[in-house]
Design a protein. Structure first.
Length: 248
């Protein structure tokens, strides 16, 4: 069997394993297929390849901290865990509907966008079941032929298209004005000092958007394990593995 046929067969087996085990990259059968594909990576210098530039959809489980797997295979988080505790109320319970990543080449040589776009639904009993987006803004650039450096620069919190803007504003304008607990205050001071963070200054009442910026970006390194016309597999900090499927 040639390499092309082996890659196709292994990708099919990986997709099937992800479907069976709800995207769990720690499952031994999933790990085995990831390892096989990493040995078959067809791109010699993936960090310099134009194949990186696309709209990607996460098909493995999300890697945000302290998630809860639900009976339907989806994952629930609090709002705070999705974006550095920058948006209120941080304890708002959400379920992730999708995680997408548009990667485009920027003006500077080899520098690309690296935003993480999380589409979610509110499942908190204390709030209406609205749908929203958390967009963690980032850029990336090659460190060498196989590793990327990612730098986060801020974030945007907004309703999804078609949601009731009036209800959204009622919830999140009020939440912005609520008093932070001691732990949140201390974390806010830490982020300001460490990352030069400018916290949210209010809501754009026309769009419902709330945003923050970071002047000294937190950084993370990503190793590209596999890249082709269909899939991208990366390994980051703490051995976190993410598997993305090309959308366009």
């Amino acid at each position: 069997m040639n390499n092309i046929a082996t890659i196709l067969e292994t990708k099919m087996a990986l997709r099937e394993a992800l479907k069976t085990y709800d995207g769990d990259v720690k499952n031994q059968k999933v790990k085995a297929k990831i390892e096989q594909l990493s040995q078959l990576n067809p791109i010699e210098k993936p960090t310099h390849s134009s194949l990186l530039e696309s709209h990607w959809l996460l098909i493995s489980a999300p890697s945000f901290p302290q998630g809860q797997k639900l009976s339907n295979g989806k994952y629930a988080y609090t709002l705070g865990k999705l974006a550095f505790n920058m948006f209120q109320p941080t304890n708002l319970k959400l379920v992730i509907d999708s995680v997408k990543q548009p990667v485009v080449l920027l003006g500077e040589k080899s520098k690309r966008s690296h935003d993480i776009v999380v589409e979610f639904s509110i499942i908190d009993e204390l709030f209406p079941p609205l749908k929203g987006i958390v967009r963690n803004l980032a850029v990336c650039y090659p460190v060498d032929n196989k590793n990327l450096q990612a730098e986060f620069t801020g974030g945007i919190f907004a309703p999804q298209k078609g949601e009731n803007l009036s209800t959204w504003k009622d919830i999140f304008v009020q939440a912005k004005a609520s008093k932070k607990g001691l732990k949140e205050q201390l974390m806010s001071v830490f982020f300001k000092l460490m990352f030069g963070l400018t916290p949210p200054q209010g809501m754009n009442t026309e769009t419902g958007e709330i945003s923050f910026t970071m002047k000294r970006s937190p950084k993370g390194r990503l190793e590209i394990l596999f890249l082709d016309e269909e899939l991208r597999i990366t390994k980051g900090k703490k051995e976190n593995i993410l598997i993305f499927e090309r959308m366009v």
